[in-house]
Write a protein that binds this ligand. Structure first.
Ligand code: 0RQ
Length: 507
């Protein structure tokens, strides 16, 4: 792999993953690369998990604090969680073994906005970063680093950590070189300056990451793929949700509030997001842009077809087919895709300036528009807020989407009061379910409730919600945002007790 490590000093530091992992000791804060299953270190975390397991067998406690960009993969989150090797994890995660431990109360998890992670690290809110473990696609002659399939918080990790372990992954396409834009102009208050990004395709930084060679204690060579799970085609509910949203966007264009190139799109990941992207192509749109976090297969296709002129993100999240497509047409894509640090891809200032259209999934919304993206029944974490809050609060439009029911129709995703709030009523402009779309802009709370109940609730739950709202309007303590507090969360309590939000277990 000499051609990937082109600086002699770094070649001299090549060691095995086992050797590198020895530098990580119990209690350390370790910052790792990785964002939505892309660009995470693949060898050192597994070697570390083996050491933790040995310590466990010897009756010793070996736990570390792990900071990342966003979710990683079984080789990192899964491996460390299974041996109880993490005492703290932040931010967004989606690993079943991690989730199980967080919800069992044995792993502390801090769920914060993705744009906050880097600056909170600089502010010192997480203490000292002992070691950074960062995957790169190569090391240049000048010692700078070619970022891999995600940038995430790597700039901050490399700058803030006392010591650095690099994984150079030969599997990552060489053509990634040149696709990144690493901005080095961030400063701390009160010395901050405007971020000079005014169009999604503006380049404001450098193509590679800087690292102080003296801090690099080990370089590990790998050749392993990203998580890149295959995508399932959109289901019926997702297609209906996408249809409602696309009708709404067309309506906004007709009313002159958007042009036919819309505004930069931010789209979450998953089935609904894919259906929306596919629908944009069918809707005849051309020359759109994306200013988002993750580039998934659907976006590649849009770029290929000219529907998207370009996309800016912080990470890829491609299926094996998507990777093959990218590799086969790499010259084409590399001119149309930019990967940036997540503090820039998710920066409130930039999102506000560009006027992004934020489209994210949710677990539930209430009749007034408060949104829960993260917790089942108010207490069990699913994944985390991710970047949804960065975009929802600061975008030109903020849309939240979900099927109208979950768990085979037993659970309503429209409830009297959300059991946990990630996005307040002030940050929600549009709610969409398979039933329809509620446009909440410019409406008072009671006006909003009427829209949400009429357009988003499933018919099995609509009369129950209407009844709650009517009684709250009549008997509530106040008439501005009417609630019956003794009853507002009873739907969740019923779900906990019976698995069903409907009264009398499905009546
Ligand atoms: O549970 O897996 O046990 O069946 O929640 O739900 O319907 O598969 O939906 O995969 O689109 O995820 C909000 C979690 C939706 C996601 C959330 C249960 C349901 C299932 C998943 P099972 P679905 P999705 C960009 C922006 C926050 C981060 C974000 C998310 C599981 O969109 O993590 O937006 N968002 N980031 O059964 C009980 C309900 C439920 C429910 C769903 N009302 N009650 N269970 N479920 N609704 C990306 C990044 O930031 C990196």
């Amino acid at each position: 792999m000499q051609e990937r490590i082109r600086h002699p000093l770094f070649r001299d530091r090549v060691v095995s993953a086992d050797e590198a992992a020895k530098a990580i000791r119990p209690g350390m804060t370790v910052a790792m690369s990785g964002f939505t299953g892309a660009g995470y270190p693949k060898a050192v975390p597994q070697a570390l998990a083996a050491r933790v397991e040995q310590a466990n067998a010897a009756g010793e406690r070996f736990r570390i604090k792990v900071l990342t960009g966003a979710s990683t993969a079984p080789e990192l989150d899964g491996a460390l969680a299974k041996v109880e090797g993490m005492e703290l994890r932040l931010p967004y995660q989606s690993d079943p073994a991690v989730r199980e431990r967080i919800n069992a109360g044995t792993l502390d998890y801090i769920d914060i906005h993705l744009s906050h992670v880097a600056q909170h690290t600089w502010f010192g809110f997480f203490g000292k970063i002992d070691i950074a473990v960062v995957e790169v696609a190569g090391i240049r002659d000048d010692g700078s680093l070619v970022p891999s399939s995600s940038v995430g918080n790597n700039k901050t990790w490399l700058e803030q950590a006392d010591k650095v372990i690099l994984e150079v992954n030969r599997w990552q396409p060489e053509a990634l070189d040149g696709m990144h834009d690493i901005y080095y102009g961030t400063a701390l208050p009160p010395n901050r300056r405007p971020i000079p990004l005014v169009q999604p395709d503006d380049r404001i930084g450098e193509p590679s990451l800087r690292v102080d060679p003296d801090k690099v204690i080990a370089v590990v060579e790998t050749d392993a793929p990203d998580r890149n799970s295959a995508f399932s085609p959109p289901d019926e509910a997702s297609k209906r949700i996408a249809g409602h949203l696309l009708d709404f966007l067309a309506h906004e264009v007709k009313r002159g509030r958007l042009t036919d190139t819309l505004l930069p799109l931010q789209s979450g990941v998953g089935n609904i997001a894919n259906a929306v992207l596919a629908g944009l192509a069918d809707g005849g749109y051309r020359g759109l842009t994306a200013y988002t976090e993750v580039i998934q297969d659907g976006m590649l296709k849009l770029i290929r077809d000219g529907v998207l002129r370009m996309a800016s993100a912080t990470s890829f999240s491609l299926s094996p087919d998507g990777i093959a497509e990218f590799n086969a047409n790499v010259d084409f894509y590399s001119k149309r895709i930019l990967l940036r640090p997540q503090e820039i891809s998710n920066h409130p200032e930039v999102i506000r300036r560009l006027g992004c259209i934020a489209m994210n999934g949710m677990i539930e919304a209430d009749i007034y528009g408060n949104v829960n993206s993260t917790h089942i029944a108010g207490s069990r974490i699913m994944n985390g807020i991710g970047g949804s809050g960065d975009f929802a609060r600061n975008g030109y439009l903020s849309v939240f989407m979900s099927p109208s029911t979950a768990k085979g129709g037993k659970v309503s995703s429209i409830v009297p009061m959300v059991s946990h709030v990630d996005h307040t009523e002030h940050d929600t402009m549009v709610l969409v379910t398979d039933q329809g779309l509620a446009d909440l802009r410019g409406l008072s709370p009671t006006q909003r409730a009427k829209q949400v109940v009429a357009h988003c609730a499933h018919p099995d739950f609509r009369p129950l919600l209407q009844d709650y709202f009517d009684r709250a309007c009549r008997d509530g303590y106040g008439r501005h945002t009417p609630h019956l507090l003794g009853e507002a969360l009873s739907w969740h309590q019923r779900m906990i007790e019976t698995g069903d939000m409907r009264p009398a277990g499905g009546g």
